[in-house]
Design a protein around this ligand. Sequence first.
Ligand SMILES: [Zn+2]
Length: 322
Amino acid sequence: MCGTWVMKAVYGDTYTEDHDLIHAHKACNPEESVQSVGEVRRAAAAAGPSRRRMFGLAGALGAAVTGMGLLDAKPASASSPVAGAKKLFGAGRRIVDMSHAWGEDFPVFRPFVEPPKFTQVASVEKEGYNTLIITMDEHSGTHMDGPKHFDNGQLATDEIPAESLIAPLVVVRITDRTEKDLDALLTYDDLRKWESRHGRIPDGAVVAMDCGWSSRINDPERIFNRDADGKPHFPGIGWDAAEFLASSRNIVGVATDSPSLDSGANNYIDPRAHKYLLPTGHYGIEWMANVDQLPESGAMAVIGLMKHKGGFAGPVRMFGIY
Ligand SMILES: [Zn+2]
């Protein structure tokens, strides 16, 4: 109701809602000299339906404020961002949202994860505001496995320093073989080939696997590809690559667009990509979105991580900027 406080500032203690209507009408019809709400209503009735729409409250307030010259442009809001990000990152930059929207129907990797439950406990219609209570596994939607997930001596998610959540983004694509090989792994060779093209993996980087699974998000069968025994088949980080990254490169974390750091098959055999990376202080993001839109090298990742105390994992809103 910014229009109302403007009008209150203009009229002080004498302000009534009538002033909003009168000013709105004058702003839209500068040739008319209405003085009262009654005159405004008569003018609106005479004007017909198209102009009468202006007499809805939102229209009236907006027109009043604009007409008074107080706002020259559309105001900023969460849904119509303005120059903030462009100012920070430069006008030519692109910001890619690397998180999936998730709800009760978002796929979960059973038997390790249970689906979330959303309950609306207040609504605009009843209480005047909207609120949800969400009961969720930490591994819901696009999320981070924190260092403490496999090791009690490591950092909880709320203890991860902010500096580790803004990182050079290394994208290693293995999409050329994952359509045919559902168990494909990102290997040590893939990492060395990436380095031969772009140089050594930068210190403080997040190394992200693009296996093409982001585009399967609405098709759980093609995500998990369970066989007759119920065992899943999807790509992951190979043990040789995980061991190399954990011991020989100075990274902050890894990320996959599949449901897990380890491949579907390896999760049942031995989740060793998790075990190499997390207990050595790294994090791992799973179910990443839109990684196919990021370049192999040169982008930055910004990771907004849920900050619940003592967290072992948690949902993230991740961005890739290049
Ligand atoms: Zn997880």
